[in-house]
Design a protein around this ligand. Structure first.
Ligand SMILES: CC(C)(COP(=O)(O)OP(=O)(O)OC[C@H]1O[C@@H](n2cnc3c(N)ncnc32)[C@H](O)[C@@H]1OP(=O)(O)O)[C@@H](O)C(=O)NCCC(=O)NCCS
Length: 387
């Protein structure tokens, strides 16, 4: 068994593996898939497992930024994990995911996330459940009547050439709202999806929306708004479809403002798809993340990461003024809380120590430290995009 970078000549075999793993792929989608993944081959972002010349496994690492408390950090989004049906259950997937973690580190990603079809494979290597993609279904008419925010919000249609401006808007809105979890994409990929003629995209100074028709209703892929006026303007624009579409299904934040703007709310119709998260370079990730400005913390934590020993050991964690640093504390720290790499990854993503303690993902340490750690990393992370 050999793990190496895939090449263009391997793509037919990769597509065959994807069909065997996930089902048929419509002909049109296969073309777009080739367009998206071909540049990733030379960038070391598509790994293959070979048994001689036979391709038996694949994994892909998408190049994302992920915002954590308003600051983007480099994240490897793992996707397209497949093992050939006849080769499953004998360790190929595990070997592949080990190589994928190392490759994420080589590519400079300080963290990794993935949408798991199964948990144990990823949990065993340090990814832990962290957040979810929330898809809420709302009555279109209730959105139409949200009004246009006083009429002062300028919305304009956008296309591929607006990719850089869209990125600027997202940086501003996610920074100001201290967002945790959403993704930023390479400009090349943004341009591709802004080219899809079935998607309708609109930009405001502090927000944007992209939506499409789906079986007579509306699917909102993304709707981000930095103010009440822009939220009303974008949602009511989508809501003008109410004469034809009875519902709108949208990816939203768990506490998305639209849920408070609606006149009526009782039962939320939400579908959650879970994603898992793993820190790859612990000190770099701690330094890249944002923190609540009012939290000050100086403590020692101990971390076990059998896959990446550089993350293991006793660490001094300092948080103040919205910034964090992690420095080697030297030696052992028997009094400090002791996290598995999955535990510290979940903590980073806002899972509270009270939960981690009752699942064995952290042991030792004192309750007062738990509360401080919980405040420093508090977050309700989400993702808008599926990959
Ligand atoms: C999921 C998949 C990649 C696993 O590959 P594999 O080579 O069979 O996995 P391994 O033999 O290395 O097993 C690794 C661990 O995952 C667990 N595992 C493997 N397949 C599993 C399954 N179908 N359900 C639950 N756990 C599974 C194994 O038990 C093992 O854990 P353990 O050592 O704690 O027992 C493979 O079954 C596959 O391609 N499935 C279809 C596509 C898919 O679901 N991909 C994942 C998308 S996120």
């Amino acid at each position: 068994m050999e793990i190496r970078d895939l090449a263009v000549d391997d793509l037919d075999a990769v597509l065959d593996g994807r069909k065997r793993a996930f089902g048929p792929i419509p002909a049109g989608d296969a073309g777009l898939w080739r367009e998206i993944v071909t540049p990733m081959l030379g960038a070391g972002r598509y790994l293959g497992v070979f048994d001689g010349t036979r391709l038996i496994g694949t994994s892909r690492i998408n190049d994302y930024d992920q915002w954590w408390h308003g600051r983007p950090l480099s994240m490897g989004g793992v996707a397209g994990v497949t093992v050939a049906p006849e080769d499953r259950g004998r360790g190929v997937g595990r070997a592949l995911m080990r190589a994928t973690i190392e490759r994420c580190a080589d590519l400079g990603h300080v963290a990794s996330a993935l949408y798991p079809a199964t948990t144990p494979l990823y949990r065993g290597l340090g990814w832990e459940h962290a957040g979810s993609r929330h898809r809420v279904t709302l009555p279109t008419e209730a959105l139409r009547t949200l009004g246009d925010g006083g009429g002062g919000v300028k919305l304009r249609r956008i296309g591929p050439d607006d990719a850089p401006e869209l990125r600027n808007v997202l940086e501003r809105v996610y920074g100001a709202s201290r967002a945790s979890g959403p993704l930023g994409w390479e400009e090349r990929v943004t341009r591709l999806w802004l080219s899809d003629e079935d998607d309708f995209a609109y930009l405001a100074d502090d927000g944007f929306a992209v939506y499409r028709w789906h079986k007579g209703d509306i699917n909102v892929d993304n709707l981000v708004a930095g103010s009440e006026a822009t939220a009303r303007a974008l949602w009511s624009l989508v809501g003008t479809a109410s004469t034809v579409a009875s519902t709108v299904t949208a990816s939203v934040e768990p506490d998305d403002p639209v849920l408070w703007l609606l006149r009526e709310r009782s039962h939320d119709a939400v579908q959650q798809v879970r994603w898992m998260f793993r820190l790859v370079d612990l000190p770099a990730a701690v330094a890249a993340r944002g923190y609540p400005a009012g939290v000050t913390l100086d403590t020692v934590v101990s971390v076990d990461d059998p896959e990446r020993p550089a993350n293991s050991g006793a660490w001094r964690l300092e948080v103040s003024g919205g910034k964090g640093t992690l420095s080697a504390a030297g030696g052992r720290a028997p009094e400090a809380p002791r996290f598995s790499i999955g535990g510290v990854s979940a903590l980073f993503a806002g899972v509270q120590p009270a939960t981690l303690r009752r699942t064995g993902l952290v042991t030792g340490g004192a309750p007062a430290v738990d509360e401080l750690l919980g405040s420093a990393f508090a977050a309700k992370p989400y993702m808008i995009d599926y990959f």
